[in-house]
Write a protein that binds this ligand. Structure first.
Ligand code: PMP
Length: 390
């Protein structure tokens, strides 16, 4: 007996679903070098253009000189350094919550929070389009796990009625593949009615949404009573890496005691926390980044609609163009690439069958003229794209 990996891979290739990793030969930015060629890119999550901001890079450099390059150990052993602590305090202040806890990645923050809060005998309910890390966390928790219809509080309500034990409702703030914002008012109202807790992963909303970049909870005016467990990631608008959970003293103490992906891993390099402290400062003071991003989003949506492209109900930096067929999505992505533009095609199983799309993401680092270049190229490529699947 052996593992027939070759057959598995061949099957994936035959279904036009084979995943590739473009090789980046330059820093993040609107213009990148990929596989040796310069391209105008619309696929990064560096929404505010902070990933290689000179002040953030300098903070990292100074941090590395002072603290070295490694975390050294897990937080509970001897890996919890002053920069980690300062960043946690700054994130607590930013989110207006008593405390925040730093994780090495968003995937681990989600896994850690869900599995620390619910287990056997409990219930976890998730939007069916939640990020993979949240769905994996629900499965791993051992709690009864059910997915409700996307952005549908009524569908959530029918599941809440049957829930047992402690019940956690888990929801993305902005859905990563559609770009739409969660109906959190509806979700929180249902949760309150059934005495359930709400956890929101606002990986794509922090920094980009809300009057001060406080994300979807700020935009919707929701507090800690509505959303006791708030997750943010640092690899997107913050431009660095890592993640945090913000909430009450008791919540954070519980995670420190019980969240295995927090306890059993090396802390992130303290110098990285120094860099994130700087990017948080820029994110809080340079409002023009959010305003410029909003102008780019408007320009893109208006232009794409006039070409006849099918957009989704998103007013965030994630602007997918729905194509449907995987081969057509790949063909459009390839045609753009031949014109020097990089936009990734997203196919099943990342999205549902028949909903392949080009996932355009915009960043404050883009100029309006670059969005116009994308629109021109899209108009030409779209006109030449064969109508049928091939
Ligand atoms: N949550 C959401 C909604 C995401 O889109 C992602 C990453 N794409 C994550 C969590 C994971 O974050 P990280 O990349 O820091 O692991």
């Amino acid at each position: 007996m052996s593992f027939d990996l070759a057959a598995r891979l061949a099957e994936r290739r035959a279904a036009d679903l084979y995943r590739q990793r473009p090789l980046l030969g330059s820093p993040q930015g609107p213009l990148v070098e990929v596989d040796g060629r310069q391209l105008l890119a619309f696929c990064s999550n560096d929404y505010l253009g902070l990933a290689n901001h000179p002040q953030v890079v300098e903070a990292w450099r100074t941090g590395a000189k002072r603290w070295g390059v490694g975390g050294g150990a897990s937080h509970l052993v001897i890996g919890h350094s002053t920069p980690h602590h300062e960043l946690e305090e700054a994130l607590a202040d930013f989110t207006g919550r008593p405390r925040a806890l730093l994780f090495s990645t968003g995937y681990m923050a989600n896994l850690g929070a869900v599995t620390a809060l619910v287990g056997k005998g409990d219930t976890v309910l998730e939007d069916r389009l939640n990020h993979a890390s949240l769905l994996d966390a629900g499965l791993l928790s051992g709690a009864r796990f059910s997915r409700y219809l996307h952005n549908d509080p009524a569908s959530l309500a029918t599941r809440l009625a049957k829930a047992e034990g402690n019940t956690l409702v888990v929801c993305d703030g902005v859905f990563s593949m559609d770009g739409d914002v969660a109906d959190l008012r509806g979700v929180c109202a249902e949760a309150r009615r059934h005495d359930a807790w709400v956890m929101v992963d606002d990986a794509h909303g922090f920094g980009t949404l809300g009057a001060t970049g406080g994300g979807v909870v700020e935009q919707l005016g929701l507090g800690m009573d509505d959303v006791p467990v708030l997750v943010g990631t640092l690899g997107k608008a913050f431009g660095t890496a890592g993640a945090f959970v913000a909430g009450s003293e008791e919540l954070i103490d519980t995670l420190v005691q019980f969240a295995r992906p927090y306890i059993y891993t090396t802390s992130q390099p303290p110098a990285l926390a120094c860099a994130t402290l700087k990017s948080l400062e820029l994110l809080r003071s340079e409002h023009w980044r959010r305003e410029h991003l909003a102008a780019l989003i408007n320009r893109f949506r208006e232009g794409a609609a006039s070409i006849g492209l099918q957009l989704m109900a998103s007013d965030t930096a994630i602007q997918p163009i729905l194509i449907g067929d995987s081969a057509r999505a790949m063909a459009l992505s390839q045609a753009l690439r031949e014109r020097g533009i990089l936009v990734t095609a997203i196919r099943p199983p990342t999205v549902a069958a028949g909903t392949a799309r080009l996932r355009v993401t915009l960043s404050a680092a883009h100029e309006l003229a670059q969005v116009d270049r994308l629109l021109d190229a899209l108009a030409q490529c779209w006109a030449q794209l064969p109508a049928e699947s091939f």
